[in-house]
Ligand binder design. Sequence first.
Ligand code: PLP
Length: 359
Amino acid sequence: SERLLMGPGPSNPYPEVLKALSEPVLGHLDPEFIALLDQTNEHLRTVWQTDNSLTFPISATGSAGMEAAFVNFVKPGDCVVIGVNGVFGTRMCDVATRAGAEVVKVEEEWGRAIDPQRLLDAHPEPALIAVVHAETSTGIRNDIAPLGANKGNALLLVDCVTSLGGIPVLTDDWGIDIAYSGSQKCLGVPPGLSPVTISERAMEQLNPKPQSWYLDLNMIKDYVLGDGARAYHHTAPISMLYALHAGLETVLEEGLGETWARHQACGDFLHEQLPQLGFELWAQEGHRLPELTTVTLPEGLDDAEGRKILLERYGIEVGGGLGPVAGKVWRIGCMGHTARIENINRLLTALSEVKSELC
Ligand code: PLP
């Protein structure tokens, strides 16, 4: 059944994306497909706001983008500073440790942003500094620009899974060296691809033999950047690439600035309306994401029961809290095609009815 996806997971895909998914399948070395891939990467450069030639979608979800980022640029024993204020910073530490890094964690309370100076002061000469731009587990935006401006010799790695296409991500201006995202959030495409972008500076430090075969950029780059005669590396997920291409065209036809503004307007509206229904904003003021809002529940509203009614009766998915706030907050996503005022009004009406029934 059709759902209104207002959780932290996938958003509703754009209609053009759903249409693209049903297009006839081409071979992964077909010149027509290669042309579509090249154009997709060109569109990605615009969305990432970068000139990086190595900009393409990894054939797997956002976590594979995270893994590719670490295994390709961390060598065993490297010092890696990682900001941790939620689930995805925690996951970065696990991935980096498995890649052999000496991880220096900079922790902040969940629901609060990490002070960039703390990341910069954590180690005198780290190989890499990593942080999540939009922490989906808390609804917090961490500042990136000061890290790029003061990173010294370190590479700057940023998780943009929940930010790309929803709020400004200025890869080149902010001095980001390595970034990854996911297709399923603000880009309005189903889950399955992880757009990445890698600076020339990072490519000079590419690990010659990462422990992952599938994610080894030494090989993938030849397929992505090759001239007309591309060698097979793995069978590209053709239909998902059509979908991403269609999603990016939709965003660029609307205008990247306009898409950011639509997400911001939806976030502002939600942030204004939810407290009036007794749902208080939880994430630190000044660092709240428009595309992912965390709220505490009104007195008497049971987390599981409330979300069950929303899903089963109203067809609306919202997410529960994680970690220290499991059972205490909801996470309301408003991303990609879902980010429309009419969808927010539908949610607000449902929330008001559920609240009168349960509280
Ligand atoms: N990073 C962030 C900030 C995320 O929100 C997610 C997923 O929601 C991931 C990484 C992992 O992406 P995926 O679930 O697509 O593997």
